[in-house]
Write a protein that binds this ligand. Structure first.
Ligand code: ADP
Ligand code: MG
Length: 267
């Protein structure tokens, strides 16, 4: 059964999509079967995985509204090593249309159930809001990965997110927890970033992932080639960090016994 994780943060431009596509590619590199679900109408994760959002016939929108199954709408993307359930602008309309439907906040959960055994991880790239779309993501997830920049206001936004996650936990999804906070776009030369990073660790302890994603231009360039940085330039510092993060996540969430054997055979 796949572990389902939302990559969420109410702020825009904090690195959610970059984290989702690179984590997906990193997990694929270490042998995990991954489905990426793009829940943002901007479709950045779709494009960043090499799928043209304008040419998509079926998307996560059709899945949410019940006119396609995940099996019908997903695409296998060989160059990046994972499958994609894409999104485009059409998804913005789902917000309004869903309001009239039954179980409007758990439609994604129902739809993903049929493919849970096809994957080890399902990663959901959330939009920068606590909309009905994000709610659909949080309702089906086992956990949330929160990418954040180590800036002063980052901590402020975090308490809103933590409260929202608590509410979803109480009302919609008892499985939900924060898996961890991921420090992204990190520049060690900036004293404030180091200070915020230390504050984060002091406050959230083990919830802060050990891996730090540095600011790295290759990660920013890769989407224009329709590839995650991890595929575009695996040796770049940022890509290496995401590969390390994929391994840290696998270690943190634990894996079925059969998978754990592989590294020990090597030893
Ligand atoms: P979000 O999905 O939260 O809106 P994005 O992942 O799209 O954020 O990132 C916002 C911008 O920052 C993008 O232009 C992206 O390429 C850039 N970016 C993200 N992470 C890094 C990084 N580690 N180094 C350099 N640029 C980055
Ligand atoms: Mg995004």
């Amino acid at each position: 059964m796949a572990k389902i994780f939302c990559i969420a943060n109410q702020k825009g431009g904090v690195g959610k999509t970059t984290t989702t596509v690179n984590l997906a590619a990193g997990l694929a590199r270490i042998g995990q079967r991954v489905l990426l679900v793009d829940l943002d109408p901007q479709g950045n994760a779709t494009m960043g995985s090499g799928l043209d959002k304008r040419a998509l016939v079926q998307t996560v929108y059709d899945v949410l509204l019940g006119s396609a199954s995940v099996r019908e709408a997903r695409q296998t993307m060989d160059p990046v090593g994972y499958d994609v359930l894409g999104a485009n602008r059409e998804l913005a309309g789902a917000e309004v249309e869903l309001v009239h439907l039954e179980h409007r906040d758990r439609r994604l959960k129902a739809a993903l159930a049929e493919v849970q055994d096809d994957y080890d991880f399902i990663l959901i790239d959330c939009p920068p809001s606590l909309s009905l779309l994000t709610l659909n993501g949080l309702t089906c997830a086992h956990g949330v990965i929160v990418p954040m920049q180590c800036e002063y206001f980052a901590l402020e936004g975090l308490s809103d997110l933590v409260n929202s996650i608590k509410q979803v936990h109480a009302n919609l999804n008892r499985d939900l927890s924060i898996i961890g906070l991921l420090r992204v776009m990190f520049d060690p030369r900036i004293t404030l970033q180091q200070q915020v990073s230390e504050q984060l660790q002091a406050h959230f302890g083990e919830k802060v992932f050990q891996t730090i994603i540095p600011r790295n231009v290759r990660l920013a360039e890769a989407p224009s080639y329709g590839l995650p940085g991890v595929v575009f330039d695996p040796n770049a510092k940022g890509s290496q960090a995401f590969i390390a993060f994929a391994q840290e996540l696998v270690d943190r969430v634990g894996l079925p016994a059969a998978k754990k054997k592989a590294p020990s055979r090597k030893a």
